[in-house]
Every structure is written in C-alpha cells, then in structure tokens.
Design a protein around this ligand. Sequence first.
Ligand code: CTP
Ligand code: MG
Length: 240
Amino acid sequence: MTGPAGTAAGVVPAAGRGERLGAGAPKALRTLGGVPLLVHAVRALAAARAVGLVVVAAPPEDVAQVRALLDDHEVAAEVVVVAGGATRQESVRRALAALTPDVDVVLVHDAARPLVPVELVDRVAAAVRHGAPAVVPGLPVADTVKRVAPVDGSEQVVETLDRSALRAVQTPQGFRRDVLEAAHAAATDDATDDAGLVERAGGSVTVVPGSEEAFKVTRPLDLLLAEAVLARRRANGSLQ
Ligand code: CTP
Ligand code: MG
C-alpha cells in the first residue's frame, strides 16, 4: 500500500494553561534545560526529514511572545504561529486551517511532549506514507487498570481490564490530511486526542511502537523526570 507523496507538516497544540503542573507561565513556555517546552517539541518535529512546516497553536494572549520566542531559537523548518482555542481540539482545528495547499500528511504533536525522539517522528510519518490513514504511537500499560463507578458515596470497581490489550497512546499522531480534516469537521464533542476523532468517524487507526521518552509533562514530577532525561542526553553529547 502506498500513501500520499507530498509534504508533511507538524501541528503543535500549545495553548493549554497547564493547570495540573501548577502556578506559573503557560505550560508550553515553561523551561526545560533553559529552553521552553514548546521549542523542544517544535525542534523535534522539524528535525524529521519529512517535515518542512510546523504550525503552532499558542495561547491567544501570548501569540506575539510565542512568535518572538520561536524567532529567537533555531528551528529547522518554517514555523507559523496561530491563536489556539478553548480546548485542545479547537487549537488543532485552528492550526489545521493554516496549513499550505502542498501539505498532505499532518503530524499532530503536543507541546507537552518535549523529548520525543526524532526516530519516533520518522516512524509515524513513514507509516502514513506507506498507506495508513491514521497512526498513533502506543506503549504497553504498566499498571493494572480498573473501571470504576460511584456506589453509595464510595468508588467501587466494576471490572479489571485486560492489560495485554491496552496501549497508552502518545504523540505525534500522524494522518493523511484529508482524513484528519474530515474527522475534525465531523466532530460533535471533544476528544482528548485526534485519532479519537478518526475512530468516531469510522476510520481505522494503526498503532506503531511508542517511546518512553515521548512521555507527556503533566504534573510537577514529570518535569523533574524530563530534566533528568535531558541532562543524560546532554552528557551523551546530543545537542538540545
Ligand atoms: N492544548 C491546547 N489548547 C487547549 C488545551 C490544551 O493547545 N485549549 C494543548 C496543550 O498546550 C498541550 C496539549 O494540548 O500541549 C496536551 O494537553 P495537556 O497536557 O492537557 O495540557 P494543558 O491542557 O495545558 O494542561 P492541564 O490539562 O493540566 O491544564
Ligand atoms: Mg489539558
């Protein structure tokens, strides 16, 4: 099976407040090794050979600051900044509207996943090129996961899910542009990821192996882990 042969673009939703990370600047502007999370994420996408354009959805009140920040840091692709929306889905939708006509593959990547290895970006892009309409990186789940429900004021277990059939899904998620645009156009309520919209629209989604280093910075402990991973990379001589 062969897929689209045009240009790939990155879309980076970066308009969240980062409430679970705690007080401070919007999460995407918080620094890791002295460099904003957003800059790490954009650089990781831009480092992929397939990616020539990255569209960033910034907090609406910070568009000028984000533009200046990206101008100050070297990035190996053209970068466009748009105002994000009230939900992640709305932020992605606004970024999609800024893609140029030549783009036929879209990689959607959270600014909150700054340390994604370029190998993972390449793997996702390659799977779309080889014909998969939608691709997500996934990792086996380490914890046992139970479904719960409230019963008489306490939380009760309803069932234990079969862990071997579960995957924790990351970004970048890769799509044929037409598939992602149609899924966003058809969306009625909010999804936490873009592949979820494709699923609801009846499309098939392929899983490729994820990477532990593509973890999402959500809570303060994640930032500590990210600092440690970055320090190890720098000690090993990788530039970042
Ligand atoms: N995001 C976005 N626009 C929104 C909400 C989220 O672009 N209105 C982006 C975030 O900036 C982040 C990604 O979606 O890069 C994943 O969201 P999440 O990790 O939940 O980040 P936040 O929403 O910022 O964090 P929190 O939910 O803790 O407030
Ligand atoms: Mg959020």
